[in-house]
Design a protein around this ligand. Structure first.
Ligand code: FNR
Length: 184
């Protein structure tokens, strides 16, 4: 059976290019990986007062992460960092202390921006959290994708063959990474 990969998209926008990219990655995933969207749009703001009895959407999200074998983050960059909605989701599933859902799960990060820098700042700020969360995160190939405004056709397919080929290579590397770093 394929490994279950929870896909967390760092944008809530209906026409998000990162959501389009996540769906494209799900469609091109190798047979060893099954990508499932883990939605973050209904999550409340994290509040440590609720640790003993978290709101139901937070419980459900955390359970979805717990049930996954691996996590793929697909995110835009906001002000050279991680969008707050994504950080909020990460914080929610990381608590209470010692009961993080992220621990040990192999991960990968893709950042996509209309700009030229390809979300490098967000990609690496995210990696800082993943170190603390003890998630072995794919290092190569790195995926900082620029030019995102022109990447998709009307059906959401990737228009640039070189980008499509790169992403297929990326997903193959991630499949190997999950295989090598899965928890028992
Ligand atoms: C942005 N955008 C942006 N882009 C970038 O490359 N670097 C950045 O630091 C920022 N900062 C930023 C802050 C805020 C608050 C917004 C709303 C936007 C532009 C951003 O890349 C663009 O809106 C993307 O389309 C967002 O991704 P989605 O929502 O299309 O997936």
């Amino acid at each position: 059976t394929p490994y279950r990969v929870a896909v967390v998209v760092g944008s809530l926008r209906k026409d998000s290019i990162n959501r389009k990219l996540a769906l494209a990655l799900a469609a091109m995933a190798p047979p060893g990986l099954k990508l499932e969207m883990a939605e973050i749009g209904a999550l409340p703001l994290y509040n440590q007062d609720d640790d003993a009895s978290p709101p139901p959407p937070s419980v459900a999200f955390k359970q979805q992460i717990q049930a996954a074998d691996a996590v793929l983050f697909v995110t835009p960059e906001y002000n050279r960092s991680v969008p707050g909605v994504l950080k909020n989701a990460i914080d929610i599933a990381s608590r209470p202390y010692g009961q993080s859902a992220w621990s040990g799960k192999p991960a990968a990060v893709v950042s996509l921006s209309p700009g030229a820098i390809g979300g490098f700042g967000a990609n690496h700020h995210l990696r800082q959290s993943l170190v603390f969360l003890d998630m072995p995160t794919l290092q190569q190939p790195e995926a900082y994708l620029g030019g995102g405004g022109d990447l998709f056709d009307d059906a959401g397919a990737i228009k640039k063959p070189d980008t499509q080929a790169f992403l297929e290579k990326f997903m193959a590397a991630f499949e190997q990474w999950v295989e090598q770093n899965k928890t028992a």
